[in-house]
Ligand binder design. Structure first.
Ligand code: DAH
Length: 339
């Protein structure tokens, strides 16, 4: 039995949990544990010795089990104790805020446009930035010698030389209006569509840039009216720019609408200054010209509709009081982070 008694001291002196595991096996392993073997030996003893020896082995079983449990407990207590002091997690610690990116003002606004018009039943459609002369000008009823077609205003692509078919002569689109032709000539009314994207003109000053964005819409039906147009635009603009924005409609001329209107918005802020000259043009709109409907294969005696086209940058300038449109494109983070 000296054999088993020596384990008690070893267990109490074990230096690590791993050492304790080995000792546990030495005593209790089903195959070679010292206690297991001793219990097996019991069977070979004469009856008189069996009882005495049995009691003795039971005593050691209890003593060694207790010793193991106790030693384990000290190891656990030690590790928890050091965990608390060495690996502290202070959940109240304030960390510096992580820099987070966000959408640029322009795509953010365009998403809002989609959202507002989708709620009014408009379907989003798309068109290319390189557009044919036919879709950008001809089918929109823009006359052959209209100044907008001039190379002073329009970026004509190379490769148009000698080509006379307007469907095969290309420009960087000067407006998004070509998309209405693309859609209307391939779909039957009634429909409501909204489209947007980059447009290009040879302009550059505080309120013009050679590349800018437009959003545009068209609604064609049996009895779509100018009143519907105004209601749609006023609702959308209030939602996009703000409830208290002031706007006005003026007559305007665009070859693809009749009658044509222009929508202006009042420059916000600077209360003390005169309001004169502070109307900023947002874009054009009107009732789709019968020639445009005809060009799209739609009978103007049966169908009528409105269209509108707005800049994206202008309303944003008003909303955020940005004096120079070119700030949108400089990529200056100090500007972009303000929004
Ligand atoms: N395309 C015109 C422009 O760029 C804007 C415009 C005016 C679009 C009237 C329309 C419209 O759809 O009906 O200045």
């Amino acid at each position: 039995m000296s054999d088993l008694s020596s384990y008690e001291a070893k267990i109490r002196a074990a230096a690590s949990p791993a050492e304790l595991d080995v000792l546990e096996l030495d005593v209790f392993s089903r195959k070679h544990g010292a206690l297991t073997l001793a219990l097996k030996d019991l069977a070979t003893l004469p009856a008189a010795e069996k009882v005495k020896k049995g009691q003795e082995l039971n005593h050691w079983k209890t003593v060694l089990t207790d010793a193991l449990t106790e030693r384990r407990r000290t190891f656990t207590a030690q590790s928890v104790g050091t965990l608390a002091s060495e690996d502290k997690l202070d959940v109240t610690l304030e960390l510096p805020p992580r820099p987070r990116g966000h959408l640029h003002l322009i795509p953010e606004f365009i998403r809002q446009v989609d959202d507002v018009f989708a709620r009014m039943g408009f379907q989003f459609v798309d068109g290319p930035e390189v557009e044919s002369e036919k879709y950008n000008f001809n089918d929109l009823n823009i006359p052959e010698h209209h100044p907008a077609r001039d190379s002073q205003d329009t970026f004509w692509l190379m490769g148009n030389e000698g080509e006379t078919d307007p469907a095969k002569r290309f420009v960087l689109r000067t407006h998004t209006s070509g998309v209405q032709i693309r859609y209307a000539s391939t779909h039957k009314p009634p429909f409501r569509i909204i489209y947007h994207g980059k447009t290009y003109r040879k302009d550059s000053d505080a309120t013009h840039s050679p590349m800018f964005h437009q959003f545009e819409g068209m609604m064609v039906g049996k009895d779509v009216s100018l009143a519907n147009l105004k209601a749609v635009l006023v609702t959308a603009m209030r939602e996009l720019i703000g409830r208290d924005v002031e706007f006005r409609f003026r007559t305007g001329f665009f070859p693809f609408v009749e009658p044509g209107l222009e929508m202006d918005m009042m420059w916000q802020g600077d209360e003390s200054e005169s309001r004169e000259g502070k109307w900023l043009e947002m874009g054009g709109c009107g009732m789709v010209h019968p020639n445009v409907l005809k060009n799209c294969g739609i009978d103007p005696d049966e169908w009528q509709g409105f269209a509108f086209g707005f800049g994206v940058e202008r309303p944003l300038m008003i909303k955020h009081q940005i004096p120079d449109l070119r700030s949108f494109y400089h990529g200056d983070l100090r500007f972009l982070r303000q929004f």
